[in-house]
Design a binder for this molecule. Sequence first.
Ligand code: 15L
Length: 270
Amino acid sequence: MAHKTLLLTGAAGALGRVLTEALAARGYNVRATDRTAYPGPLPAGVRFAHLDVADYAGTMRAAEGVDAIVHFGAVPVELSFEEIAQANLRGANHVFEAAKANRARVIFASSNHTVGFTERAQTIDEDAPLRPDGYYGVSKCYGEMLGRMMFDKHGVESAHLRIGSCIPKPLTKRHLSLWLSYPDLVRLTLACLQTPDLGFRAVWGISKNTRAFWRSKHWAAIGYAPEDDSEKFASEVDMTDTGPVAERFQGGDFCANGYTRSVPGPADLP
Ligand code: 15L
């Protein structure tokens, strides 16, 4: 099995737990880490250790001898720049330094908020311009640029999963376009671990949603074949939007959060 020994950061989070269980069940040797305790019993064969990725020495130690780092240990929402910088900028640096030292590949939890200020009416591929919708989105763009540099300069491979809304089922109109089911998250992560030549890629992280905002240039190449479609929940979701900014842009409420321009907004700039 390729890339068998894994360091998983953020293992105690919702997506981290899904991956801890799924990867261990498929025979990966998972070193699960987080800065908070793992809630509930650990899956058989998984070792858990406390790790804050803002700690350089701790991250280097935790990654000794691994084949891949599945990096989900980050602030997942908009917070102050200082809080985001500590976890998402420093943490990303430490993870990539550890990957470089161990010749490991990185599967990095990036986000739809790297392109949040893209209008919903547009269908884009992964080469569309970055349009982050806050410091959180900017931090994920930083992770992607760090991955680009680390590949060009040192040959460290990485996939940056631009995850949409990874929740058990879609709840809003926006989710219908951005939903990533838990089983598809696992399929996408496995594809990135198993593909022989990952190189550097930013990859959309959604299911095969009928109403997707995105089409992918990379899914076929890495062997990701999503199986779920949000459409089967369409009659159950809340179709009202939360305001003119949120409803106009793909990032939704993250775009509206702290927005000080007069509506409509940046798409009207020359
Ligand atoms: C994200 O990147 C966040 O981590 C998550 O909390 C959700 O807000 C998600 O995006 C989303 O846009 O639904």
